[in-house]
Structures are given as structure tokens and as C-alpha cells.
Design a protein around this ligand. Structure first.
Ligand code: NBP
Length: 475
């Protein structure tokens, strides 16, 4: 029996994706892993899946119907390169290799270019949703050629998560577009998580509520405009009691956050594109800051504010935090979509930003009702220059901004670190400003480096003879 799709790499993600594929009508799935034992275990554990096992790349290629389509689920980096080399060796022109791992998009651009020379199609596909998503329906962000998408589209649509009747998969653009969008998804995820963590911390310190009580606050928020998977799981984590000590689990977890690098990629890429993603950057830096215990110990005795005023009205304060969270979240998503827009312009991808919002509505970690509002904004105005200025978001920011300012003031006065809340507000005020001190920066640059400046009242570039008679010359 010829398989119509194959999966290489059968650790948790690959095994679950293979099971998801096998559960869909019409699919026969070939499976291959480096070490044979994992393949045998998967076959033994899931006889219902009707997998076609292969124990070599040759056998794998023979078991697949043409055009052969294989999804690689191995570690990003060298393991992915090695697996691609093997597949290129046994595949033929017209076949399709899909990398479903978390590749860095410049690697995907490089691999696509190299594989294309052989006539084989290479598709970098971002897959979000972790183990559960892979098994029950992830959000899928494929790049690659239009031809490859034609063959691959129906298969990916069959396994993707479904949001309001639509499968959460869309062709993002050529070569690295899919992995680029997945990277920004993860960056936004960092920002969203940090903002929620800051909201929790502000409420805990400001009201003295217990984690279990704050869980109820989040559960309540999850019934409104903040409704999202991340808010939902936050309530679950805060409710959890440690079996060993009886303490809230959050109090026994070491407060040092890890990271696998996708947040850093998002920020590095944004820096080179010149896109300010301050919310994502602060979230990434907040994780780094937490993970330096020696510096934290060295700073522990630095002075904080003398008087710590408590908010008088706890429920009003909590509502302020909710508004601040929503406003900061709008900024984080606006910045993330800005990065995708800039990336598309730089790499010549035609990414449909509305489609990005729609495929993130289910299956992935940042899934939320909120994404419908983003999809609506791009449906109304596909060339929207700034997401947060779209009517719905502008209105929400207008409603929340006084609360947001009170929360940032509270954080500052009480010495509660709220880097993502405050940097998002600074970004909002920066873009809003009629005049920015960038004019002074240009003056300084002209002073020490003769970098010239433009004037508000006439065209051209100008330089002041700072070390001469300080007259102005036209450059
Ligand atoms: P791993 O990233 O741990 O991948 C290991 C699997 O790849 C093993 O089954 C290993 O075989 C196999 N493999 C093959 Br085939 N060739 C290999 C080689 N040359 N070198 C090393 N390993 C090779 O698995 P994962 O956690 O399932 O993740 C797969 C991909 O999905 C990664 O890129 C990951 O970033 C991405 N991803 C993961 C998640 C998540 O929640 N875990 C979410 C989204 C994306 P072996 O059995 O012989 O070691």
C-alpha cells in the first residue's frame, strides 16, 4: 500500500503529527526515525493508525506515492540539514520535503534555494500548538512554492485546527515566509506571557490576594475581551497547589524563566529590519534578567521606594490592571504584525496579514478571540499602516489609556517591575507625539559626525558648521 504522506522524526511532535495525519480520511502515513526503536514503539502503540513503517530512507521513498511528500520533525539546525540531505538523495524532481520544525527563517531560505536546484520542492512550515496541537490540530504556517502548496494544501487543511469553520493553515509566501511568521508568533507569545505575569505580580503585591484568588480574577477576565488560551492556563497554574508543601505551586517554582531562542530571533530580526518591537524585546530581556541569580543577589540591597502606597480600592485597581493588560496586548500584537509587514517587504513575500490573524485563532499558543478583531481590521483595510490605530483598537486604547497610566505610575511608585507594561505605554506615547526629541538627536549627530539633518520648513539636507562660524550650509 503506497502512502500519500510521510513523517521523518518520531519524537513527541513527529509521532503526534503522524497520528493526526493517519486519523484523517484518505491518508496513509509512512513513518521513519533515525533509531529504529522509536518507529517500532509507535507502530506497536497505534495499530489503528495503519502506519507504513520504514527503516531506511530508501525504504521510506519506495513506500510513498508520487509526488512524494514528507514532513520532517527533527531538531532545528544540523539534524534538519542531515535529514534534508538524505531525503534529497532518495527523492525525485517534483517531490516535496516539508520542514515542520522550528527552523530559523534564514536557514529555510538557504535550504529552499539549495533543494530547488534538484527539482525537489522544499517547504518550511511553522507548526504551533505543542504536543496537543500536533495531535488534535495545530496552527500551520507554510512557506514554499505555489506548486508545492497546491499538493500540500489539502493535506495540511485536513489536520489543522479549525476556527469558526476555517482550517488554521494558509500559504504565507515563498521560501522562508512560513518560518518567519512562526518566529513572530513565538515573539508575540513571549510578550503576551510577560504582560500576564506582570498583571499577576501587580495584583498580588498591590492587593495581597493569594494566587488562588488571583486565579479567579483571570478566570473572570477570560470571559471578556481578554479571552485567550494563555489567560485560561494562567488561572490553572495559579490554582495549582504543591502536593509536597501545600503551598501554591507558583510559590515553589524557581523564578528564573528559560527560553529556546525564538524570542531572541524575533528581536534580532526586528532590530535589523528597524521595527520597534519593544514589548517582545522587554519580554525576552525580562526572562534573561530573571535567569541571572548572581546579579539579582548583588542588586538585592539596592534601595527601593521609601513609602509603598497600597491602592485604596482593590477592585478599581484590578480593573485598571485589566485595562492596562489589554492596551499593552494591543501594542504587542501591533508591533508583531508590523514586523511581519516589514519582513514581507524586505524578503518579497506577499503575506496576507488578515490570514495570519485567522490561522492563529485556534491550534496555537496565542489563540484568542482577540485575533478576530485583528482579522476584521485587515479585512477593512488590507494596507493598514499601524494595527493599533485601526478604529476598534484606537477605541480600546482610548478607553484604557488612563488606567494604563495609573498602573504604570503605581508600578513605578511601588518599585514593582513592569517592563512590558511601561515600554508598551512609552511606544504608544512615542508614536502619538506631535514632536519627538529625535530632532535633538539629529542635531547631536550633525554636531559630532556631520551626519546632516532635514528642516521642517524646506527640502534638502543641511549641516551647521559647528566648529566654524556656526552658519548653516546645504549639503
Ligand atoms: P526533537 O527535536 O527532540 O527531535 C528528535 C527526533 O528527530 C528524534 O526522534 C530523532 O531520532 C530524530 N532524528 C532524525 Br529522524 N534524524 C536525526 C538526526 N540526524 N539528528 C538528530 N535527531 C534526528 O523532537 P520534538 O520535540 O518532537 O520536536 C521536533 C521539532 O518540532 C523541533 O524542530 C521542535 O523545535 C519543533 N517543535 C516542537 C514543539 C514542542 O512543543 N515540542 C512545538 C513546536 C515545534 P532518535 O530517536 O534517533 O533520537
Amino acid at each position: 500500500r503506497a502512502a500519500n504522506i510521510g513523517v521523518v522524526g518520531l519524537a513527541v511532535m513527529g509521532a503526534n503529527l503522524a497520528r493526526n495525519l493517519a486519523s484523517r480520511e484518505g491518508n496513509t502515513v509512512a513513518v521513519l526515525n533515525r533509531s529504529r526503536s522509536r518507529t517500532d514503539e509507535l507502530i506497536a502503540a497505534h495499530p489503528e493508525a495503519g502506519f507504513v513503517p520504514a527503516h531506511s530512507f530508501e525504504e521510506f521513498a519506495t513506500s510513498l506515492a508520487r509526488p512524494r511528500t514528507a514532513i520532517i520533525m527533527v531538531q532545528a539546525g544540523a539534524a534538519t540539514d542531515a535529514t534534508i540531505d538524505e531525503l534529497v538523495r532518495v527523492f525525485e524532481p517534483g517531490d516535496i520535503i516539508v520542514d515542520g520544525g522550528n527552523a530559523y527563517f534564514p536557514d529555510t531560505i538557504r535550504r529552499e534555494r539549495a533543494v530547488r536546484q534538484t527539482g525537489i520542492n522544499f517547504v518550511g512550515a511553522g507548526i504551533s500548538g505543542g504536543e496537543e496541537g500536533a495531535l488534535h490540530g495545530p496552527s500551520i504556517m507554510p512557506g514554499g512554492s505555489d506548486d508545492a502548496w497546491e499538493t500540500l494544501g489539502p493535506i495540511l487543511r485536513s489536520i489543522a485546527a479549525v476556527a469558526e469553520g476555517e482550517p488554521c493553515v494558509a500559504h504565507m509566501g515563498h521560501d522562508g515566509a512560513g518560518h518567519f511568521v512562526k518566529m513572530v508568533h513565538n515573539g508575540i507569545e513571549y510578550a503576551d506571557m510577560q504582560l500576564i505575569a506582570e498583571a499577576y505580580d501587580l495584583i498580588r503585591r498591590g492587593t495581597g490576594k493569594t494566587p488562588a484568588e488571583i486565579a479567579e480574577v483571570f478566570a473572570e477576565w477570560n470571559r471578556g475581551e481578554l479571552e485567550s488560551y494563555l489567560i485560561e492556563i494562567t488561572a490553572e497554574v495559579l490554582r495549582q497547589v504543591d502536593a509536597a508543601t501545600g503551598a501554591p505551586l507558583v510559590d515553589v517554582i524557581l523564578d528564573q524563566a528559560g527560553a529556546k531562542g525564538t524570542g531572541a530571533w524575533t528581536v534580532q530580526t526586528a532590530l535589523s529590519l528597524g521595527v520597534p518591537v519593544s514589548g517582545i524585546a522587554e519580554a525576552t530581556f525580562a526572562r534573561s534578567l530573571s535567569a541571572h541569580p548572581e546579579q539579582r543577589a548583588a542588586a538585592a540591597n539596592l534601595p527601593g521606594p521609601a513609602v509603598i502606597p497600597d491602592p485604596a480600592d482593590h477592585s478599581a485597581f484590578i480593573e485598571d490592571v485589566r485595562q492596562a493588560l489589554y492596551a499593552s496586548k494591543i501594542v504587542a500584537y501591533s508591533q508583531g504584525f508590523d514586523e511581519i509587514r516589514a519582513g514581507a517587504a524586505e524578503y518579497d513575500w506577499s503575506i496576507d496579514l488578515g490570514a495570519v490573524a485567522r490561522i492563529w485563532r485556534a491550534g496555537c499558543i496565542i489563540r484568542a478571540q482577540f485575533l478576530n478583531r485583528i482579522a476584521d481590521a485587515y479585512a477593512q483595510q488590507p494596507e493598514l499602516p499601524l494595527l493599533m490605530a485601526a478604529p476598534y483598537f484606537a477605541e480600546a486604547l482610548g478607553r484604557g489609556q488612563e488606567s494604563w497610566r495609573r498602573v504604570v505610575i503605581h508600578a513605578t511608585r511601588t518599585g514593582t517591575p513592569a517592563p512590558a507594561f511601561s515600554s508598551s505605554l512609552a511606544y504608544y506615547d512615542g508614536l502619538r507625539a506631535e514632536r519627538l526629541p529625535a530632532a535633538l538627536v539629529q542635531g547631536q549627530r550633525d554636531f559630532f559626525g556631520a551626519h546632516t539633518y532635514q528642516r521642517v520648513d524646506r527640502p534638502g539636507r543641511f549641516h551647521t558648521l559647528w566648529s566654524g562660524d556656526r552658519s548653516e550650509t546645504e549639503a
